[in-house]
Design a protein around this ligand. Structure first.
Ligand SMILES: [Zn+2]
Length: 270
């Protein structure tokens, strides 16, 4: 059956001398793998549309096994994602995270929409580190983790001081700090930011200006969950950590969000 699916390229690999195997996350059919015959030849009409991160419309013939990519139209090339090494590194990390967590051929429209918004935001030069935090927190349920972030995970209180507990996988209020000796204290802005990353769609965030230390702190929490609770370690994380240590990348931070509507967040009071 020939299908027309909107998709984004998560991964490509060579197959023989001239072919590629392409893994796409599609809006309609979830994660799909297809053979792109001849796509390794630069002159192939499939060469451009099978580049990593490409957002396009894909005509895929799908029988029982692996699909065959017949043709494709690029909707968005993601130029900045390819040209800026930091953007490329974060996009690779997001693609690998999605690829590892999403099962083949399971409809995943929410995850497609998350990926589409994340790649477009990074391509529009929003802070890729902040965008990646939205993806990491929102993908936790796909990994089987449902953190308790709307109330205390132990007593249900919504008022008070809060900490993050890896044992409870969620927030603990000050009345329950004794429950976990290894909890991590959170400022009110940390609390608000974590909730924003977990619940607010990327496109609804109006303005988000985050200090490098704040991003690092919140990233450490979510990466620890993936590491210890999910057992997920990504190859592309190593490169991100290397970028992090390079002084040339501690320049002025680009705004995470600008000119969008409604929600705003910052760590000014962190
Ligand atoms: Zn409590």
């Amino acid at each position: 059956m020939l299908n027309k699916w909107e998709g984004i390229v998560l991964r490509t690999g060579p197959y023989g001398e001239t072919n590629k195997v392409v893994t796409l996350l599609t809006r309609e059919a979830g994660k799909v793998t297809a053979m792109a015959r001849g796509a390794k030849k630069p002159a192939s009409r499939l060469a451009a549309v099978t580049q990593p991160f490409t957002h396009g419309l894909f005509m895929i013939y799908k029988g029982r096994g692996m699909g065959t990519l017949q043709s494709g139209d690029t909707l968005h090339q993601m130029r900045h994602l390819h040209q800026d090494i930091t953007a490329t590194a974060y996009a690779s990390y997001i693609a690998e995270l999605m690829d590892r967590l999403i099962e083949d051929n399971q409809p995943s429209p929410a995850q497609f929409e998350l990926l589409r918004q994340a790649f477009h935001a990074i391509d529009e030069e929003y802070d890729p580190e902040a965008i990646t935090l939205f993806v990491e927190w929102k993908m936790l349920p796909v990994a089987g983790i449902h953190p308790v972030l709307h109330q205390c995970a132990s007593c249900g209180a919504t008022e008070g001081e809060f900490a993050f507990s890896f044992q409870e996988i969620g927030f603990l209020c000050h009345r329950c700090f004794h429950v976990d000796p290894y909890l991590i204290r959170l400022s009110p802005s940390h609390l608000r930011l974590i909730r924003t990353f977990y619940t607010v769609p990327i496109e609804q965030v109006g303005k988000l200006t985050l200090k490098p230390a704040t991003k690092k702190f919140i990233r450490k929490i979510v990466r620890t969950i993936y590491d210890e609770q999910v057992g997920l370690r990504l190859k592309s994380a190593t490169f991100l950590d290397q970028l992090d240590r390079m002084p040339t990348f501690s320049r002025d931070e680009p705004p995470a969000m600008k000119g969008r509507n409604e929600e705003t967040a910052s760590d000014d009071d962190a």
